[in-house]
Design a protein around this ligand. Structure first.
Ligand SMILES: Nc1ncnc2c1ncn2[C@@H]1O[C@H](COP(=O)(O)OP(=O)(O)O)[C@@H](O)[C@H]1O
Ligand SMILES: Cc1ncc(COP(=O)(O)O)c(N)n1
Length: 274
């Protein structure tokens, strides 16, 4: 019998590059590789970046982005995809058009707005476009606390605020919501999940006292995308993703002089069959 073409699980990241290797498409592909899926990439923007900050960036032309989507969709069979840095309103719209044009499986939206060092990666006027056009396509959306505040125009301080914000985000059409608590100041880092069927749960882990958290959101959403591509249900995918990123933060590696990158090998090493 002929081998089935495209049987191997394939994912797509639609995001920006990080020349420093710690975040964006680089973190996505490292994570997906570790979770044993094959990842393709549509580059939306190129950043000159390192662990100290974002020195410059430029978004690609509509033509080149459209062509990347066509190349990927014309050959590979993408089972799940994710978005990261989308730069501005025009580029959010280009991505939305392509997501509607091709079947790329469930979509995980990491609504990246500001880099750890404080540099804006999404123009302010794009936030409404994300809400109106991108979130209705999302199987899962994974804002951090400041992103959830921008998307809901709420102040989020308490657990009840996180629950309220998640409900509000569901009204955009996004099916499953994960609000990440990395930017809080509690002793434990607590993320909140509201699933499409109304089930809710909290994911809590000790807060690692470190500034070496460059690419945490990218890593979390990529691990989730990989698990979904392999056929895991949303809750299991979210739980694996949280454990993956937690291990990657806890087992820090010494790279760069600022907000250092994560250890993408850590989860695999901790779970290796000995
Ligand atoms: N210092 C930390 N210690 C442990 N886990 C963390 C820490 N910072 C972030 N995380 C976890 O990393 C993931 C990404 O969270 P967050 O940093 O809020 O997102 P983002 O990278 O989008 O800003 C979440 O699951 C969060 O719980
Ligand atoms: C290209 C790109 N995409 C995403 C992030 C966000 O990552 P972080 O919030 O950890 O800096 C980043 N810094 N650069």
């Amino acid at each position: 019998m002929a081998e089935e073409i495209n049987a191997f699980p394939q994912t797509l990241t639609i995001a920006g590059t990080d020349s420093g290797g710690g975040a964006g498409v680089m973190a996505d592909i490292k994570t997906m590789q570790e979770r044993h899926v094959f990842s393709a990439a549509v580059i939306v923007a190129v950043t000159a970046q390192n662990t100290l900050g974002v020195q410059d960036f430029s978004a690609l032309s509509k033509k080149l982005i459209d062509e990347q989507f066509a190349s990927v969709a014309g050959d590979l069979k993408i089972r799940a995809c994710k978005t990261g840095m989308l730069a501005d309103a025009e580029h959010v719209e280009i991505v939305v058009e392509n997501l509607k044009k091709y079947d790329l499986g469930p979509l995980i939206v990491d609504p990246v707005m500001i880099a750890k060092g404080g540099a804006p990666l999404l123009a302010d006027d794009a936030i409404n476009v994300v809400k109106r056009d991108l979130l209705p396509l999302a199987t899962v959306v994974t804002p951090n606390l400041p992103e959830a505040e921008r998307l809901t125009e709420m102040t989020i301080k308490t657990n009840e605020d996180m629950q309220k914000a998640a409900k509000q985000l569901r009204a955009t059409g996004a099916k499953n919501i994960m609000i990440k608590g990395g930017h809080g100041d509690t002793e434990k880092v607590t993320d909140y999940v509201l699933l499409a069927d109304g089930k809710e749960f909290w994911l809590s882990s000790p807060r690692v006292d470190t500034v070496r958290t460059h690419g945490t959101g990218d890593t979390l959403s990529s691990a989730m995308t990989a698990e979904i591509a392999k056929g895991q249900d949303i809750e299991s995918a979210i739980r694996v993703a949280k454990d993956f990123v937690e291990a990657a933060i806890r087992n820090t590696i010494q790279v760069g002089r600022g907000h250092g990158p994560l250890n993408h090998w850590a989860y695999g090493e901790e779970h290796a069959v000995k």
